[in-house]
Design a protein around this ligand. Sequence first.
Ligand SMILES: [Zn+2]
Length: 238
Amino acid sequence: MIYWRWWIPLFGFIMLFGFSIIYFIEWKRPRLQQLQHMHTIKQWLAGCLNIFATIVSGWFFASYLFFISGYFTGLFAVLTHNIWLQRLYSFLFLDAIMYAWHRINHIFPALWKYHELHHKEKELNVFSTFHFHPKEIIISTTWRAVLLPLMGIEPAALLAYNALFFAVILFHHSNFNIGYKWDKFLQLFIVSPGLHHLHHSVIIRQSNSNYGSLFSFWDKIFGSHTKYNQQKIEYGVK
Ligand SMILES: [Zn+2]
């Protein structure tokens, strides 16, 4: 068994350095030139606090899964004894539930009233990654605390997924101009900035699509994919 606590420094590293590197690149190579790169003290404080809270809560959640695994064997361990298959299932499952949860947030008004805050931003940059209503985070943490042990998600699988998940969502919220060709290539595998920026469009048809977080194929499988063709995007909610 991989000693799961080793994943915590990696997760912290990705959060801190991933944020810093993307912040620097979107400053030097912005997607929207007119976007003011200077951020307010409030944004910096909220960003730093959120990075810290994400690392600490990831560690707590992984410790919680480790504690529960001593008493309870989850579904994936029943399905297969192959540990690598269990990890593969866990990884795909974690991303699938993020897709489903995001889509549900757009369907039910009771949830949209919180998720809407994330969509109200008039411009996207790396700070937008953390701009969520606290109630949306509390609700999602609550159901995850029940569902993840039931499935038997290992702490290491959760931390590895979170590390990759945050690397991608920091990247796809950023105002980093990677160019159309690179965006088109990346969207074959992951949710690229082009795909996710469309999700923040004021046009409902576009914002009600591209719900994926890490892998881009969920939207294609479940019919919610909108192609990014360098169309001009007006951000926000109407
Ligand atoms: Zn959304």
